[in-house]
Write a protein that binds this ligand. Structure first.
Ligand code: SIN
Length: 538
């Protein structure tokens, strides 16, 4: 079955849906959601969107905070583009009806929250459920648009690439597994937009949902797009530590409103840092890791019990209710927390118009590396980046689509008949590969790295990756197998990037190279795929 549209958007979070609604007046859009339209990483975002809306704040200060957090690797031109567009993006969302929390005294103005690394209150939020509010409004807007069709339970397997007239590669669509129908479909388009989010599931502990398996990064890489700065994995300092709920985030906004990190003895964890609990995330997460290693405790605590109980319940309803269901009253007891993988600061390298360099292929949001985040993303800059780059990507894709012929119907080489109906004798082996990768990535490529640890991870990955590839070649395509195949690519790119950065900077901390080395490493880590697959890698 072949489905055609002007734009094919892979991913239905803030990046994908914002892009879709901006190009819809100019052509037809197919949006693929691997689960349901709203089951995305965006939907879980608690904190908010960083943008200069306060009268005492300036764009220059937002730029300067972003550059400071990026530890020398943020691209100032991109930072300025994104930060300057912030207020306009918020206005658009207000017009669309996103219910941001308003100021008590000025109900027509959004309330501004505070998070680590920001010199001012500048986080526009919908209590502690910002992502959910955004996702709902964007999805509703797209669903009523005649030109947009959202395909749920559609998982992209690989991009379709052909040689263009000048012999360069052009992406013309994707091979897609329809999970309900159990068939592999072909989607053709003039431009393809990867908006698949991040890859937190490559680690054992993460704040990300199940679907965050780096699919866009892996399929873009296989199709020849370059990858940048993947060693910079952001570990959020405060993931709930609870046996019954393993990936629940406790928003940085809790510290923004006065929450303090304490040891089990009640000592302040961040007592030695001038910015205290509101230092940048790399600093806070490492401090917690050191404290846990020193004391042997399995977690530290986030204490907000000194704030009025009504304030805690009103400002953080989602966190309050979720913890309450687990028997924890956060207004009365400190919250046990640990760092966990949260955000992929690197990704597919794109220019300031979201173009990957492969014709017809764009990447927006967490899957991309624009140069904004550098070595450490500033809190709440990611939703802002997704909005701005979706807007710019839409302008560029519209121009490209207008001058592009509709792709010839690519005759994909057909899913090998021999594989159809061939289920692996022991599907549990796929689950074992998953567990193995996530565990060694956590142990050897986590917050603290060393040459030895990275070498151990690389050896283990080579073995598991071979086994996964063999499964993929020999058996029927299956959801778990597709995800683990992508996770293995992501792990490989992270390990290789980390091994090549022989210094410590931002989120990359190596015991073998503990100092920052500007003369040699004040530059992006860029990996090239010298063997892109011309047709889907069957
Ligand atoms: C948070 O609410 O702490 C997460 C915000 C972000 O990751 O930017």
């Amino acid at each position: 079955m072949i489905s055609k549209s002007d734009y094919l958007v892979i991913g239905s979070g803030i990046a994908g849906l914002s892009f879709a609604r901006k190009v819809a007046p100019y052509g037809t859009v197919n949006v693929l959601a691997k689960k349901t339209a709203c089951d995305t990483n965006t939907n879980l975002a608690q904190g908010g969107i960083a943008a200069v809306m306060g009268t005492d704040d300036t764009l220059e200060e937002h730029v300067s905070d972003t550059l400071a957090s990026g530890a020398g690797l943020s691209h100032e031109d991109v930072v300025r583009v994104v930060v300057n567009a912030g207020p306009k993006m918020i206005e658009e969302l207000l017009e669309l009806g996103v219910p941001f929390t308003a100021q008590v005294d000025h109900p027509d103005l959004p309330e501004l929250g505070r998070e680590g690394g920001h010199s001012h209150r500048r986080i526009i939020h919908a209590k502690d459920m910002t992502g959910q509010a955004l996702q709902k409004v964007l999805a509703e807007d797209c669903l009523k648009n005649q030109n947009i069709r959202i395909h749920e339970l559609h998982l992209a397997l690989d991009l379709l690439t052909v040689k263009d007239k000048d012999d360069s590669l052009r992406v013309v669509g994707a091979w897609v597994l329809d999970r309900e129908g159990g068939v592999v479909k072909t989607f053709l388009a003039k431009t393809v937009i990867l908006a698949t989010g991040g890859s937190g599931r490559v680690y054992l502990y993460t704040t990300n949902p199940d679907g965050a398996t780096g699919d866009g990064l892996a399929i873009g890489w296989r199709a020849g797009a370059r990858a940048a700065n993947l060693e910079f994995v952001q570990f959020h300092p405060t993931c709930l530590y609870h046996p019954k709920l393993k990936n629940f985030l406790i928003s940085e906004a809790v510290r923004g409103e006065g929450g303090r990190l304490v040891t089990r003895e009640g000592e302040l964890v961040m007592r030695d840092h001038p910015q205290g609990d509101l230092a940048c995330r790399d600093v806070v997460a490492l401090a917690i890791d050191r404290e846990m290693k020193r004391s042997g405790a399995p977690c530290v605590f986030l204490d907000v019990t000194h704030k009025p109980s009504a304030f805690v319940r009103e400002r953080f309803p989602k966190i309050y209710q979720t913890c309450r269901l687990l028997g924890l009253d956060i207004a009365k007891e400190p919250i046990p927390v640990v760092p966990a993988a949260h955000y992929q600061c690197g990704g597919l390298l794109v220019d300031a118009w979201s173009r990957t360099g492969v014709k017809g292929l764009y990447a927006i949001g967490e899957v991309s590396a624009t140069g904004l985040h550098g070595a450490n993303r500033l809190a709440s800059n990611s939703l802002l980046e997704a909005l701005v780059m979706a807007d710019r990507g839409a302008q560029a894709a519209r121009e490209e689509a207008a001058r592009t012929e509709f792709p010839p119907e690519v005759e994909p080489p057909g899913w090998p008949a021999a594989r159809l109906g061939r289920t692996p004798p022991e599907a549990v082996l796929i689950a074992h590969s998953w567990d193995e990768i996530r565990r060694f990535m956590w142990n050897y490529v986590g917050l603290v790295r060393s040459d030895q640890r990275l070498g151990m991870a690389a050896k283990r990955l080579a073995m598991v990756k071979n086994e996964i590839d063999e499964f993929f070649r020999n058996f029927e395509v299956d959801y778990d197998l597709v995800e683990v195949r992508n996770i293995a690519v992501v792990a490989d790119l992270i390990i290789r990037s980390a091994a090549s950065r022989r210094e410590s900077r931002g989120l990359h901390y190596s015991l073998s190279w503990p100092e920052r080395d500007d003369p040699n490493f004040k530059k992006d880590t860029v990996l090239f795929n010298s063997e892109p697959s011309l047709l889907p890698s069957a």
